[in-house]
Write a protein that binds this ligand. Sequence first.
Ligand code: IVH
Length: 719
Amino acid sequence: MSVEKTPVEDLTEEQAAAELAYLAAEIARHDELYHGHDAPEISDADYDALKRRNDAIEKRFPKLIRADSPSIRVGAAPLPTFAPITHARPMLSLDNTFSDDDVRDFVNSVYRFLGQLPDGSIAFTAEPKIDGLSMSIRYEHGQLVNAATRGDGTTGENVTENIKTIKEIPNGLPAGVPDVIEVRGEVYMRKSDFLALNAQMEAEGKQTYVNPRNTAAGSLRQLDARVTASRNLKFFAYAWGEMSEMPADTQMGMVEKFKEWGFPVNPLMKRLNSVDDIIDHYKQIGLKRPDLDYEIDGVVYKVDRLDLQGRLGFRSRSPRWATAHKFPAEQAFTHVERIDIQVGRTGALTPVARLTPVTVGGVVVTNATLHNEDYIKGIGNSGERIREEEHDIRIGDTVIVQRAGDVIPQVLDVVMEKRPPDAVPYEFPKKCPVCGSHAVREKNEKTGKLDSVTRCTGGFVCRAQAVEHLKHFVSRNAFDIEGLGSKQIDFFFESEDPALQVRTAPDIFTLKKRQEASPLTKLENIEGFGKVSVKKLFDAIDSRREIALHRFIYALGIRHIGETNAKLLARAYGTYEAFEKAMKEAADLSGDAWDDLNNIEGIGEVVARAIVEFFKEPRNVEVITRLLEEVTPQEAEQIAASGSPVAGKTVVFTGSLEKFTRDEAKARAESLGAKVAGSVSKKTDFVVAGPGAGSKLDKAREFGVQVMDEDEWLAFIGG
Ligand code: IVH
């Protein structure tokens, strides 16, 4: 083409859009001529010039990238790696409620926490719970500076370039907005766009996508932002992170501001006071659900007044001032073809029903968890019947399966009329199917009842337990080693080659050395690994040689130690050495170290015992010692609110409090970084005693612990 073209910098948006449309059609035509007919009309150089022009325009106007853009290469996308972003404020999740009664309980708990009678004076907002991906978008001086996925709530992935391509999300905000704004909300894909995309994939003979949520996630986690741009992702703003200034004092007011600033907000959000009105709105939204062009999986209720939200505060992972009222799950009928037993990290034998594939709410279901022996029989965890007599689950049965959100599908009930005459009750194995060791149900010491879980007694002998330990160790909230997934762990575990074998966690960190020392077995020559991926894998492993203490503790795979408990322990002990030392001192379940462990708010006796038992096993300590030769857990971050005089101190409340409810006092102290304990020990720093205080006060005096009344406490923490 010899016509002089306007320089890309001078194009208006309108001209750019028109030219991109022209280029898409023109380049497609040349592609067709070249590949389909072997009859090119233009030279390769001219063809390249068209593509370069297209790329340059797209670079300047990322929002104009078309679904049929010639720049979007088909084929396997590279494995995405995004830089981490630590959220200025953590991104929390929501508690779930499932019934009207749960909603009443939630509303009542808000009043109770605030020490008020449930008189309908507190307003709540109610809005759809969008089934997409949550996103935090940060603006400084009105300009979009970065955008991050939720990740583990503390650290997400930097997807700024991709987010900038979403037309609905403004890159710049109107003049006069606060200096720092973090708008949070949900990125989603419209149902109609999802169906159209799948139709296109099918027409091209490619694999289709599972659901809009996963497709939106996949579209966003693209190294090539142009792919994201072509997917027409959408956004609803409903929350915020850091704000240099609060532009409103209610939830509703904040969302109205977001709207003023140019963000899409959900039109079905309402402010309501009475529980009946709230539940009615839930039902109305439920009725509209099939007609909405986006997936929702419930309704979110939030206390409207932000000062009350502040007083209510947070539990470990979710706010007390909000809850998600989920829609009932979707169900379907299918057959149980087989029952398999999976052996987990802690030796638990979990039966899994292999089902004739069936679509439930748009997703193909082939497996359902059967939890344990009792569940198959129709008995719940507290011995209650969960299905009618005789409705035990048998191979060959026709069953109702249910899927709710992202959770593993459940078998709800058996259709008795369809039970084959030769179906026999399922006999739960008495031996571990993997290592052959005895599988037993332990007795709960407190209740004397049989535990519902059947456990393999093989311990380290059991390959299944060892493999699952490793998988847990590398998992997302533990060491999070990219490139070391389930498949790779299986491979390294099974290998008999000393240069490849990984049987325990420290082996992961010696793998590179062993590879370098072995002239024969080279990982890069093994199918599934290439030179590049091997280098990436070793880099990923090396990048975890320093690790946050709570991740390290979580990764050890101690029974009952999930992420929350691991964080509590890291915060309480500060260093790994201090933690291990204390756990060994607590070995006989008495003494100061044992008391301190039990005094950590949130750690109960069952959990405390499990940790101590873990460290009593010499094999565990031996593996950790080897691991510590390779890996350094970092000192736990000191508690956030370090400016407060109570940060890091242990407080006990006793007697009746008059200005706050006990829950609120506790939450407040914790938000200032204090540990709130249930009993007084030598390590207690303060006892706050109200009228009626008894033995705890005596003990405080005995140990010489500082005692204050409620007013002194309030003055101490700054009102
Ligand atoms: S509020 C502090 N509102 O649900 C709580 N969340 O289960 C902030 N979600 O991670 C969340 N729609 O991804 C809120 N209208 C809505 C929502 C919503 C969807 C998601 C969000 C969050 C998850 C929590």
